[in-house]
Design a protein around this ligand. Structure first.
Ligand code: FES
Length: 101
């Protein structure tokens, strides 16, 4: 995946790599990154707002605001700012088909 993310990593580049899928494309983060960091290294937003045309990229970054919920292909939603990235995660920036509305 081309890195067109909101975040640019400037330091701590020596941690082990973690590979995951984002919208079906292979991506890489570093061990110890949150899902929010891992995703925003590659895309400009975590998800579409459910209240309007805006996109969301997290707000509080400490598990309080609920702005960073994202979906997984084969599991439920997770809060991106308080979940560490793990190898093999299949993350989505859009609601998967069949998700209850
Ligand atoms: S950014 Fe606020 S809960 Fe994750």
């Amino acid at each position: 995946m081309r890195d067109t993310g909101r975040i640019v990593r400037l330091a701590e580049q020596g941690r082990p790599p973690v590979r995951f899928l984002l919208n079906g494309e292979a991506c890489e983060a570093l061990a110890g990154d949150t899902v929010l960091t891992a995703m925003l290294l590659h895309v400009p937003a975590l998800r579409q707002s459910e209240f309007g045309p805006e996109k969301r990229a997290g707000f509080c970054l400490m598990g309080a605001c609920q702005d960073c919920w994202v979906w997984q292909e084969d599991a439920g939603r997770l809060r991106a700012c308080t979940t560490l990235i793990a190898g093999g995660m299949k993350l989505l920036t859009a609601v998967p088909q069949g998700w209850p509305s």
